[in-house]
Design a protein around this ligand. Structure first.
Ligand SMILES: *Cc1c(COP(=O)(O)O)cnc(C)c1O
Length: 466
């Protein structure tokens, strides 16, 4: 390295000098020392490279310190933080699926910040079961004899197969060998559980006799899987839960149904197609029913299993259950969510249900409220207009349903829309919309009423940065 370049680098402030400079700045107050040091090193590293490449003197320490502040603002203090879902996908796995109701949050906070009777039977002062806090509610709501909750529905299916069918056969229709994304495929789960998959029928048609012909002394379970995220249409036939139960009873083989989303409310009155509810499936006689806590139910991430006591108790005794067990936060939030269903307040308080059933007029009026908060020059600059469009349920539920919705369409060209999308995602809070043709749509069905002002401010800020 030449002498002048070495001299130039000597003028670069040290990590400690820059940290001292930043010590009294409000903007970096919430950031840990270790994180700030990492940011300082990044900025100094870039500056060092620049000095060497451009053969110039290093920037002033104020400039470098401002760069650290800017970077800190951009990355934020925490990695996991709220975003505005303007994609119009109500149950978006990448955006955290279901939101918590105020009551669920209240119960979670209460149990998180104080000791609780998580596993203490208070009346007897004996060890209790953590599941007891939701068992009775699940029994009443679904009509099942017993219930169990694990980490998620994938875990529920794994636990059921491992318990009931390890080393034996499970019969599944070829039309139901689903993949739901995130590495969940029925054949793979089956393999891991040690159960042997016995496929029957054809992709589009499976009949009762296909199941009947496949049953042998090695058959441990008849499994029905709800095809949550796709539909087989056209010349199709599937065996109903009731028919499968009838066959299972006749031949002495238990029947399980993985409902996927598993609603507790029939949403037909709000224009949705019929989805089998958990209680309908239990009433059909299915021995074991599993579904997610954070899909249509609108609760915390969980895998709910309800069914016959003799079978559920086998699952409870499996050591795998201990490895898949839910924590107290989940139990608190789930109890509050289920309570809302029993109290008849779910449609008003569980955010997922509120968003799914909100009338189009209300969504439109929220979109108009965002629009009204935009200064006229911002509206012109971004080319904002109000459009009607279709939102989605998401979460692998009701894949063919299109929810009428209202969106703000922004961007005067494809390039402008893409740039705006990028700027909005980099903002705080980040806003995630969807590109439709050459515009960015900000779907207001999933924008919360409390986010109207923030969204307008984000758009205004983005307009200034374009
Ligand atoms: C979503 C889904 C699962 C997995 O549920 P998670 O709670 O995400 O683990 C399993 N089976 C079906 C049919 C599903 O739709």
């Amino acid at each position: 390295m030449s002498a002048d370049r070495t001299a130039a680098l000597r003028n670069l402030p040290s990590v400690d000098q820059l940290l001292r400079r930043l010590a009294d700045q409000d903007e970096v107050r919430g950031i840990t020392r270790a994180r700030l040091t990492a940011l300082v090193r990044e900025v100094l590293g870039q500056e060092r490279a620049r000095v060497l490449e451009e053969r110039t003197a290093p920037s002033e320490i104020e400039t470098l310190s401002a760069r650290v502040v800017e970077r800190a603002r951009r990355v934020g203090t925490f990695s996991l933080r709220p975003v505005i879902n303007a994609q119009g996908v109500v149950l978006h796995t990448n955006l955290g699926r279901a939101l918590m109701s105020p009551l669920a949050l209240e119960r979670l906070a209460a149990v998180a910040t104080a000791y609780s009777n998580l596993e203490l039977d208070l009346a007897r002062k004996e060890r209790g079961s953590r599941y007891s806090h939701v068992e009775a509610l699940l029994q009443r709501l679904t009509g099942a004899e017993d219930a169990l909750v694990v980490n998620n529905n994938a875990a529920a299916v794994l636990l059921a197969l491992e318990t009931l069918a390890h080393g034996r056969e499970v019969i599944v229709s070829r039309g139901e060998l689903i993949e739901i994304g995130g590495e969940f495929r029925i054949p793979d789960i089956m393999l891991r559980s040690g159960a042997v998959l016995r496929e029957v029928g054809a992709t589009n048609r499976t009949h009762v006799r296909d199941y009947a012909d496949a049953i042998t002394s090695d058959t441990a379970l008849l499994l029905k899987v709800h095809t949550s995220n796709y539909r087989v249409v056209g010349f199709t036939a599937e065996v109903s839960s009731r028919e499968l139960v009838e066959l299972g009873r006749e031949r002495g083989v238990p029947v399980m149904e993985d409902l996927g989303s598993g609603s507790l409310i029939d949403l037909r009155p709000w224009g949705f197609p019929h989805e089998p509810t958990a209680q309908e499936t239990v009433a059909a006689g299915v021995d074991l029913v599993s579904f997610s806590g954070d899909k249509l139910l609108g609760g915390p991430q969980a895998g709910i299993v309800v069914g016959r006591r003799a079978i559920v108790s086998q699952l409870k005794k499996n050591p795998w259950n201990r490895a898949l067990r839910i924590d107290k936060f989940t139990i608190a939030a789930l109890e509050a969510t289920l309570y809302a269903y029993e109290a008849g307040t779910a449609l008003q308080t569980v955010p997922t249900l509120v968003m799914l059933t909100e009338p189009l007029a209300a969504v439109r009026s929220r979109a108009r409220r965002v629009l009204r908060r935009l200064p006229p020059e911002v509206r012109t600059r971004l080319g904002v207009s109000l459009v009607d469009d279709q939102a989605k349920v998401g979460g692998g539920a009701l894949p063919t349903v299109e929810l009428p919705t209202a969106a703000l369409a922004v961007g005067t060209s494809a390039a402008a829309a893409m740039r705006l999308d990028e700027v909005l995602r980099a903002g705080d809070p980040p806003v995630v919309g969807r590109i439709v043709h050459d515009r960015l749509f900000l779907d207001c069905r999933t924008v919360l009423p409390a986010q109207v002002t923030v969204l307008a401010a984000a758009l205004t800020a983005a307009a200034a940065r374009l």
